[in-house]
Design a protein around this ligand. Structure first.
Ligand SMILES: Cc1cc2nc3c(=O)[nH]c(=O)nc-3n(C[C@H](O)[C@H](O)[C@H](O)COP(=O)(O)OP(=O)(O)OC[C@H]3O[C@@H](n4cnc5c(N)ncnc54)[C@H](O)[C@@H]3O)c2cc1C
Length: 333
């Protein structure tokens, strides 16, 4: 698509089973900043079925306009259907900038939309800006996070990017904000793949990006002592276990539990790093946690430079003591 007549900053608001994904709402704050620089509006695309309860939410979080498609065929996420719908919306509304949260689904959808539109896309951005010519600066940290790449899409429109979840703060929800809501009808192609069934995952597993307390372990922790992690987790309501990359590379934990530059970005209220050295690529994913505590037997470990509270010692001795203290706090006095 060529450049002319493209206007506005658009965000795809991802909903799953009637729940809007926070990562896409986080993007509305960033979209607002870009729109102010470009003196334009922020709009949201929303797709699904029976969306009545959701359509105002993007406005509460900063959108000026919501364009939604409410269709039974869109009740469950299907990459082919969702792509076809979004491509039609983009062709009609012609966004200058189109941002998609880099969730599991967003990462799948975004490149296929860009390919259909024959425009460029930058994946996994951690910052955005506008250059002196009005182009979107798509900023991301390749090569181990030691440099930042500034990428532009000079000729084609829309300028598309996915953004890493939890990098941008969630804008404040303001129910007094007003905006325009437009219902769209689009063609919904018959997909070549069919969804057979959904199977519910374990209730016990809170995704690490949603946990308020993360008990995170690294190469210095022996999984024979896994019960210590579970016992620690049990003291906190919204807690989960995460890890550093070598644990995932060794096949001991799934990639969805990895924190860091090539894993997930997390911002829990408490991040407890056990046997983690504090490599730059790990810090990239957890440095914005509200309170960082670390247990490491090496007093010179990098992690101690970045934590609010550090304990120098062998976790085998420290964690049982910690558990004892937590039990005392729980016991009625
Ligand atoms: C392109 C690229 C991307 C990367 N992406 C990521 C990423 O997303 N996430 C990530 O985590 N890493 C990533 N890495 C790897 C990163 O560079 C580090 O190698 C990794 O984070 C180290 O993991 P670790 O801290 O668990 O292990 P180590 O660095 O080996 O640290 C183990 C720590 O445990 C301590 N220890 C040992 N025994 C005990 C004990 N008994 N009690 C207490 N402490 C103990 C040691 O003192 C040491 O500090 C990436 C690397 C590259 C090149």
């Amino acid at each position: 698509m060529s450049k002319e007549k493209f206007e506005g900053v658009y965000v795809y608001i991802e909903q799953r089973k009637g729940v809007i994904q926070e990562a896409s709402l986080q993007l509305l704050g960033e979209a607002r900043k870009l729109a102010e620089k470009l003196k334009t509006e922020v709009s949201a695309f929303l797709i699904g079925y029976q969306l009545k309860k959701l359509v105002k939410e993007p406005i509460y979080y900063g959108a000026d306009k919501v364009i939604y498609v409410d269709n039974k065929e869109c009740a469950n996420y299907n990459p082919e259907i969702y792509k076809t719908v979004l491509v039609q919306l983009v062709m009609k509304y012609k966004p200058e900038i189109f941002l998609i949260a880099g969730t599991k689904y967003g990462r799948e959808l975004a490149p296929s939309i860009a390919a259909d539109l024959e425009t460029g896309i930058t994946a996994d951005c951690t910052a955005f800006d506008i250059d002196e010519k009005g182009n979107l600066l798509q900023i991301r940290p390749p090569f181990g996070g030691r440099v930042h790449a500034y990428i532009i899409t000079p000729e084609k429109r829309p300028q598309m990017a996915t953004a890493r979840p939890n990098v941008f703060p969630l804008p404040e929800r303001n129910v007094s904000r007003k905006g325009e809501i437009i219902k769209e009808e689009t063609e919904v192609s018959k997909p070549s793949m069919a969804l057979i069934k959904f199977e519910k995952g374990s209730e016990a597993e809170i995704p690490i990006e949603k946990a308020e307390v993360l008990i995170s372990f690294g190469r210095g922790f022996n999984l024979e002592d896994a019960h210590l992690l579970e016992e620690l987790c049990d003291f906190f309501l919204k807690s989960s276990i995460s890890c550093s990359r070598p644990i995932v590379d060794a096949g001991l934990m799934p990639r969805s539990r990895q924190v860091g530059q090539t894993g997930k970005t997390v911002r829990p209220k408490l991040y407890l790093a056990i046997g983690i050295s504090g490599a730059i690529q790990h810090l990239a994913g957890m440095k914005d946690s509200k309170f960082i505590a670390a247990i490491n037997k090496d007093p010179n470990a990098e992690i101690f430079k970045f934590c609010d509270f550090g304990i120098i010692g062998d976790y085998k001795e420290v964690i049982p003591l910690l558990i004892e203290e937590l039990k005392k706090k729980q016991a009625p006095s």
